[in-house]
Design a protein around this ligand. Structure first.
Ligand code: PLP
Length: 860
């Protein structure tokens, strides 16, 4: 029989144990092993059985045991210490508190969060990154206030059919069984968020607060009695359902999220955010809600747009055009137009924000970029790919000038680094107390100690993998009697390669199967064998991905290799931790450049694992020739099968001749050449891959400048927002009248110019309705190609020399002839104002109609 309703009865703790409740309700336990130890002591047997989930532990422990603990002086002392430690963690000044003028609060929006395995509210890298962002913010004292949705069925858990086909199960989560508290108004009534929908419907939601260290995470939940059935299901699953369902989720996240923040600040006195950061386009509607707030307070749409843009940061995460979130424009029109329109926000302005090349589509990334003055990708390469991908939003500008920067992702060390390594580091190196800094000094530990720990972590993985493998076979219908071989599956002494990730086609799960005989030979090498541990989930709607999983599983089922290659179902944070800690090598073979960053390899590196990867995402940036291996890419090869074949062959060669060779070279008992690479990995990558480094970059490069712009615009009743918006309108209207009429150069004689001399330029500019102060006149110069194109030019500002009364002005300046070879220059005009964040911000530029002044002489 199935229950019609499910809920969790919470344990009533004896008063002596009250602070145990406090500890459970703050997710800091998920990266604080000492607190987990304390939970373990509550009841070691139950602790293992509930999968190290503290809330489940408290739900399962007997009242008699709690009474016993309440009288146990030693336990109470430890509990008091742990509670003190948490209070100190929550209030002591950290790195952020040394900054002056930093934003008082930053709102962070993400559709998914990977915080702990016990909260399956993530599907992959985007969510894990968001979780690590919050944890690192907490450690550094960055005042983030985060927003997401509470999915009642989370993301699915994965198992396999007897044929190796992925099966999905959706756990039913009860908020009462999670470390959540309901957000209430000051008078105690639960906060209700309301969003009006077409046809006079209303979407209602309650708000749960999940405390992630110092960072509150507000989770909106539409499963409330006031909603009709369809509305109750809005937050049922992560990335489930079609366009309508997704639109409602994104409305709730963006519009509802801002309303939840306002309610939270009202109820708790928390500072209002000065900066809004949207992690990918799904939360983009937050900008519309903020425009609505400001237009209701009597700003015009354009003024509100400027005020909102100044304080908004947008991070794009996908270089795959199919990964961009788009809706039919008429669906957006229905939500924000007609009877359901917001009176102060015209629907055509909203539609224009999301317009893209294809008519009739509403593009969330395009809106994200138009609503944010600061935009970034998540690795250096991804920044470059994004500038190309979104170039059409800034017509007239070269790709290098598209205002999309990058901040390379990082990972939260205390979450991902094996306790064995943390503790050794902590003992040997007091500077690591902060754990976010000084990672490089771990390289001082002796070879013997490093190798000993690597061996223990590998063995732990092998033991856990066997248990998971056995369970998986039993779920697939095997009887325990046929599973004797599993006792010897995987070997704690054998070179272990890990491969775990979501299974979209660009990640090429099955590349390793390109030549099955070659793979078999590597696995079964009598002297230098390798073993491979694989995990990954395919999106439930992705039949292709499920086929790839089935191919891997079929191969791994073969009797001759099943002790050397295993597929472990249900890749989640717990399995991820086990894998990145226990594997010697972390393999990654995406189709370059489709991996925006990738973070699992960073986790492996922090544990002394070596990366073996295509030069994509972060690995393109930080591979230095000796901190791991780069699988050569066959970028130029157009035939995808041929490309796969070439890259797979290179992969096999590397494993055989480089990786296994080093691992098994034990001249004096230790693999010295291997350990040298491990040490170099820790030294070179350790400090870079930390989420703490990433957070500092966000604060310094994006949050603080965004707050500064937002303050400038909002001061004195939004005076600057008004004048900036008026200036943009004026410039937009007058721009067709702006022209580069004439350019003259002196210093170029009849002879070929020489290196080290310079050119004097004078440009006559028609200003139309604008003044010289509204524009910036620049000389662009440098090497020219065969078609007189300037590749990656340098720029020099020209200054106003004279202004006629005929609407013209002459600008002058000097450019250095600083390189030999074909050289050229031109002049361009862009709008200029103290509040623009980049030259290309308005997407306006004027260049001469005829190319001017290409000297095209060859410099000596
Ligand atoms: C780290 C992690 C990811 C993201 O890793 P990628 O390298 O970006 O694929 C996905 N899922 C889990 C469970 C992780 O721990």
């Amino acid at each position: 029989m199935r229950a019609i309703r499910r809920f969790t009865v919470r344990t009533v703790l004896p008063p002596e144990l009250a602070s145990l409740g406090e500890l459970v309700l703050n997710l800091r336990w998920s990266w604080h092993p000492e607190t987990l130890d304390l939970f373990g002591e509550v009841d070691p047997a139950i602790w293992g059985r509930v999968g190290y989930d503290p809330v489940a532990l408290l739900g399962a422990v007997e009242a008699a045991r709690l009474r016993e603990l309440a009288a146990d002086r030693r336990f109470l002392r430890r509990l008091a210490d742990a509670a003190d430690d948490l209070r100190e963690y929550m209030t002591a000044p950290r790195w952020y508190q040394t900054m002056s003028d930093a934003p008082k609060a930053i709102a962070y929006f993400s559709p998914e969060y990977g915080i702990a395995a016990a909260l399956p509210q993530y599907s992959g890298g985007l969510g894990i990154l968001a979780g690590d962002h919050l944890k690192a913010a907490s450690d550094l004292g960055v005042p983030i206030l985060a927003v997401g949705l509470l999915y009642r069925h989370g993301y699915f858990t994965q198992s396999l059919s007897p044929e190796g086909w992925q099966l999905e199960h959706y756990p039913s989560l009860d908020p009462g069984g999670l470390p959540l508290t309901l957000l209430r108004e000051e008078d105690g009534t639960p906060v209700r968020i309301k969003i009006s929908l077409p046809e006079h419907r209303t979407l209602h939601a309650q708000v749960w607060v999940l405390q992630v260290g110092r960072v509150p995470l507000l989770l909106l939940d539409s499963d409330v009695a006031e909603n009709d059935n369809a509305a109750r299901d809005v937050t049922d699953r992560l990335y489930g359902g079609g366009g309508d369902h997704r639109l409602l989720q994104e409305l709730l996240l963006g519009v509802g999220g801002v309303r939840a923040i306002r309610a939270y600040c009202r109820a708790t006195g928390h500072a209002e955010p000065e900066v809004f950061h949207t992690n990918e386009g799904h939360a983009g509607f937050l900008g519309l809600e903020r425009i609505r707030e400001l237009t209701e307070a009597r700003l015009s749409f354009d003024e509100a747009l400027e005020a909102v843009r100044a304080g908004t940061v947008f991070t794009t995460h996908t270089p795959v055009p199919a990964g961009i979130d788009r809706f039919p424009a008429e669906m957006i029109g229905r939500q924000f137009g007609g009877e359901n329109a917001w009176p102060t926000v015209p629907v055509d302005r909203i539609l224009a924000l999301g317009a893209e090349e294809e008519p009739g589509k509403f593009n969330m990334a395009a809106m994200g970029m138009r609503l944010a003055q600061r935009v970034n990708g998540v690795s250096e390469l991804h920044g470059a790919v994004s500038r190309e991908m979104f170039q059409s939003l800034w017509p007239g500008f070269d790709t290098e000038e598209i205002p999309i920067g990058f901040i390379t992702n990082g990972v939260h060390a205390p979450t991902w680094v094996g306790r064995e390594i943390m503790e050794l580091a902590g003992k040997e190196l007091p500077t690591l107390v902060d754990r976010a800094q000084g990672w490089e000094s771990i390289g001082k530990i002796s070879d013997g100690d490093v190798w000993g720990i690597r061996g223990r972590l590998r063995e732990k993985l092998v033991v856990a993998a066997r248990a998971r493998l056995r369970q998986s076979w039993i779920n697939r219908g095997a009887s325990p009697a046929e599973l004797g071989w599993i006792d010897d599956a995987l070997d704690p002494e054998v070179l272990t390669i890990g491969f775990a990730r979501r299974v979209p086609s660009y990640k090429r799960l099955t590349l390793m199967l390109s030549d099955p005989d070659r793979l078999r030979a590597l696995l079964l090498d009598p002297v230098r064998p390798v073993q491979i541990v694989i995990a990954g989930k395919a999106h439930p709607a992705d039949e292709g991905g499920k086929k790839l999983i089935q191919q891997i599983v079929k191969f791994a089922d073969s009797e001759d290799v099943r002790h050397r290659i295993v597929f472990l179902p249900d890749y989640d944070m717990a399995l991820g931790q086990l894998l990145v800690q226990g594997c010697d090598v972390w393999m990654n073979n995406p189709l370059r450049p489709l991996e925006a960053c990738g973070t699992s390899g960073m986790k492996a590196a922090l544990n002394g694992g070596l990366n073996l990867s295509i030069r994509d995402g972060w690995w393109d940036e930080w591979y230095d020739g000796t901190n791991g291996w780069a699988i050569p890419t066959a970028d130029g090869v157009a035939d995808p099968d041929r490309r796969d074949e070439l890259e797979a062959a290179a992969l096999y060669d590397l494993i055989e001749h480089e990786v296994a060779d080093r691992f098994y070279d034990r001249a004096d008992g230790l693999p010295r050449r291997w350990l040298e690479m491990v040490r170099h990995t820790l030294n070179s990558l350790g400090p870079k891959v930390l989420a703490g480094r990433m957070l500092r970059d966000y604060v310094v490069d994006l949050y603080a400048p965004a707050a500064k712009s937002a303050r400038a615009l909002s001061g004195e009743g939004y005076e600057q927002a008004r004048s900036f918006a008026a200036w943009k309108l004026k410039v937009g209207k007058a721009w067709p009248g702006v022209r580069v009429e004439h350019v003259e150069a002196s210093g170029l004689g009849d002879s070929t110019p020489e290196l080290g001399t310079s050119l004097e330029l004078k440009a006559t500019i028609a200003l139309g309705e604008l003044g010289p102060g509204d524009i910036r006149v620049q000389a662009a110069y440098g090497r020219v190609g065969d078609h007189d194109d300037l590749a990656a030019p340098s720029y020099a500002d020209l200054t106003v020399e004279s202004e006629g009364d005929d609407g013209r002005a002459v600008f002058a300046g000097t450019i250095p002839l600083d390189r030999t070879g074909p050289f050229g220059y031109t002049v361009r005009v862009v709008p200029d104002h103290p509040l623009v964040a980049s030259t290309s911000e308005l997407g306006l530029v004027a260049v001469p109609e005829e190319p001017v002044g290409m000297t095209n002489g060859t410099l000596r």
